[in-house]
Design a binder for this molecule. Structure first.
Ligand code: TNX
Length: 729
């Protein structure tokens, strides 16, 4: 078990069995090092920030701040230092734990930082009972098996052990990364993600020893980076006047969605990431995925527009005009400004999903093809080669400033220059081809590393997403070094990355939910690429990580901890299977077998239209249950489903009345429930109202709904409520 075995003195003990698993852990029987509020951190000059991180992390977990000072000879305490000559690889570290001293020695500051992460993740987080699945620990709302685990203030997380010291078993930990490039991507274009949330995302990356954050800053649906030379890009291009609802039908909401990051904000973010040894790779996606820019500067497109910042998902046919010199100069300017802001050694220039239908008909593009003497061949069209021209031209702009370009694997279509790094997303084939041709490669195949895909087959119980099925197990299986490649070619695979596209992810809690715990499997591959993989042991280590998520209030999916998934039934209670009637029937579409669904002993689950919920809109659910004989009661409970995009909100109020004859009722309880906001997660929630014990033969439960609030596209209309399983105890 990953934590908090207790010694005779009941001091919690650190456990080095974390994620990513350190390569070598050798423990001995010496008396453990005792970590407590008086422990001092000594750092070599240049490592002050690292020392601060350590102190902050210990404070997060233990509830006390460690004092820090510059290094002295042979001090007792925690010592941070860099000794490059002791390592043969960058980012490596070694931790030596003796009864009086913990030394974290790095090949460089990054190595020290990863040693600190390991120590942090090893600390005992909480003595609470880990044999309980996480979702039952936070079950004080009575939600038996929600797939969404999110921390909140109701949680009784005993994270701060302030009065307790903890013990670090003595020994040596040696560790170093397998891949030099360890990244995650985030798309703030389809849905804008506020800067503070992006910082939390960076914290999550840091916790997982990642060193690259790929920030996708432009797309059809929104332009997100301030470009001083082209202010319209953010004045106009950062906002769209509606978003398609659901899976790309023809219904749109009317909410103006958007936002952007100023260059100052981005500089601040870059520094924030750099302190955590993370480089931010900006992506300007070109020449496709440019409709937001075209909406601002229609003359840069082939047809001249007009264009709008796109309200749908998918691949727009309107792309940059490759035959227009002005368009090329625009892109060069943008890239130059991006490079002014981002010091990243890599600049991502996109290149994916660029339909050629406009170019085929565009006189300027066709003239350019002629001018360049481009000829189609058996493999590629003239327009494919025209895209290579654009990509190679932009690569030169980037390389002129000493940076390297990254592009999506489509840029292999044609004759892209060998210096470009290929990000293989349509499977690993692009990566294999690229490595054979001598390109460096980052593996990010949608088959294993697209964290915008579902992580459970029970999709009705999941927050809606783009599709697919990519459980943690599958991520964990990923082999980034294809056998088809020779060892020499394999050296071109410089790293591994997972991507989070946000078409169906409108809120940061959902980003976290999609990332965690799949990120654990990713990390294990990036850092260790283990030859032997033991999923069960991995899950045990994930449990410990989940405690950290709880501590930091990260929302995460807990399927791997609860393979049995849902408990479908409730315990028999006074209401179960008793005669029940409704004063007003549910909406016809959501009536199913009627009132009896509400006390059949089966819990509501799945989507609102799963047949397991009764739906009401514009009037309350008003149910009368005949207990058949007088019984004492003091609790009423029920579940309701929240799916704000589908106009379904939590109830505003619940009232309980009782009666002896079924005719005259008297109120015994009333409870108001605050409205769910866009910051709150959707899902299934349990509600409970308690009252003084009362004996009666009939109980009436009235559950009232809200009207849709001002920030909802359906503002002014009544919200739906979907309710199931009323329990009386
Ligand atoms: C493909 S991955 C895209 C993105 C979408 C994503 C959805 C890539 C280079 N292009 O534009 O958001 O699929 O999974």
């Amino acid at each position: 078990m990953a934590f908090a075995a207790c010694t005779k003195e009941q001091l919690p003990v650190a456990d080095y069995d974390i994620i990513p698993q350190p390569k070598e852990v050798q423990l001995n029987e010496e008396k453990p090092f005792e970590l407590g509020p008086k422990t001092l951190v000594y750092y070599e000059s240049g490592l002050q920030r690292e020392a601060q991180f350590l102190s902050e992390y210990v404070n997060d977990i233990m509830g006390y701040v460690l004092q820090m000072q510059e290094y002295q000879s042979q001090p007792d305490g925690i010592v941070l230092k860099v000794v490059p000559e002791d390592f043969d690889q960058a980012e490596a570290y070694e931790i030596n734990i003796t009864p009086k001293q913990v030394t974290i020695k790095g090949a460089d500051a990054a190595g020290v930082f990863y040693g600190i992460q390991t120590l942090r993740k090893s600390l005992p987080i909480s003595p609470i009972d880990s044999s309980q699945p996480t979702n039952q620990r936070r079950n004080d709302m009575g939600e038996p098996n929600s797939q969404l685990s999110t921390s909140n203030s109701q949680l009784t997380l005993n994270s701060k052990l302030s009065t307790l010291n903890s013990q670090l078993p003595c020994g040596t930990i040696k560790d170093y990364p397998h891949f030099a490039y360890r990244g995650m991507h985030l798309d703030p274009c389809r849905h804008f993600i506020p800067l503070d949330s992006v910082k939390v995302y960076i914290d999550m990356l840091a916790m997982h020893n990642m060193n690259q954050f790929h920030f996708h800053l432009s797309d059809d649906q929104g332009w997100r980076i301030e470009i001083k030379k082209y202010p319209e890009l953010t004045e106009i291009g950062a906002y769209r006047n509606g978003t398609v609802i659901g899976h790309n039908g023809n219904l749109y909401d009317t909410i103006r969605h958007g936002g952007f990051y100023t260059q100052d904000e981005l500089r601040d973010l870059i520094e924030y990431a750099a302190e955590r040894h993370i480089n931010i790779i900006p992506e300007i996606d070109l020449p496709g995925h440019m409709q937001a820019a075209l909406a601002c500067y229609p003359h840069l497109g082939c047809t001249g527009g007009p264009y709008e910042v796109w309200k749908r998902w998918g691949v727009s046919e309107d792309v940059l005009c490759a035959g227009n010199e002005e368009t090329m100069l625009f892109v060069e300017d943008v890239l130059n400004e991006v490079m002014d802001v981002f010091p990243s050694p890599y600049i991502h220039i996109g290149g994916d999903e660029c339909p050629k239908v406009r170019w085929e008909k565009c006189p300027k593009c066709q003239a350019k093809i002629k001018e360049l003497g481009i000829k189609k061949d058996d493999k590629y069209s003239a327009e494919d080669y025209l895209q290579s021209y654009v990509m190679n031209r932009m690569a030169k702009v980037v390389e002129a400033r000493g940076r390297r370009v990254i592009g999506w694997d489509e840029i292999l279509d044609g004759n892209v220059s060998e210096t470009a790094i290929i990000m293989s997303w349509r499977g690993t084939e692009g990566g294999i081809e690229a490595a054979r041709k001598g390109h460096d490669v980052i593996m990010a195949p949608s088959s294993h590393l697209y964290f915008d895909y579902y992580q459970s087959e029970d999709i009705a119980s999941e927050p809606m997403c783009i599709g697919g099925y990519l459980p943690v197990e599958r991520v964990y299986e990923f082999q980034p070094l294809p056998e088809e490649l020779t060892p020499e070619q394999q050296k071109h695979i410089i790293g591994v990355q997972a991507n989070i596209w946000t078409e169906y992810i409108a809120h940061f809690w959902h980003v976290q939910y999609m990332a965690l715990p799949r990120m654990e499997a990713l990390t294990e591959i990036q850092w260790n690429n283990p030859q032997e993989r033991d999923f069960d042991a991995f899950v045990e280590r994930c449990r410990h990580m989940a405690q950290l998520y709880e501590l930091y209030h990260y929302t995460y999916a807990d399927h791997i901890f609860n393979p049995q998934v849902w408990a479908d039934t409730v315990e028999a209670n006074l209401a179960t299977h008793k005669p029940i009637s409704l004063r007003q029937q549910p909406a016809e579409k959501y009536t199913y077998e009627g009132a009896s669904l509400l006390n059949d002993g089966n819990l509501g689950r799945g989507a609102y239209n799963s047949g397991r919920w009764l739906g009401f809109c514009g009037y309350p659910l008003d149910a009368i249950i005949d207990l058949e004989q007088p019984a004492e009661m003091q609790h009423v409970r029920f579940h309701a489903l929240v799916n704000k995009g589908a106009w379904i909100y939590n109830p505003s109020q619940v009232k309980v009345l009782v009666s002896d004859d079924g005719e005259t009722f008297r109120e015994v309880a009333q409870k108001d429930i605050p409205i769910s906001t866009w910051e709150d997660r959707d899902g299934i929630f349990a509600y409970e109202v308690g009252f003084e014990p009362v004996t009666a033969k009939f109980v009436e439960v009235i559950i009232t709904g809200y009207d849709l609030p001002e920030d909802h596209s359906g503002f002014g209309n009544p919200a739906w409520i979907f309710v199931d399983e009323i329990e009386v105890e």
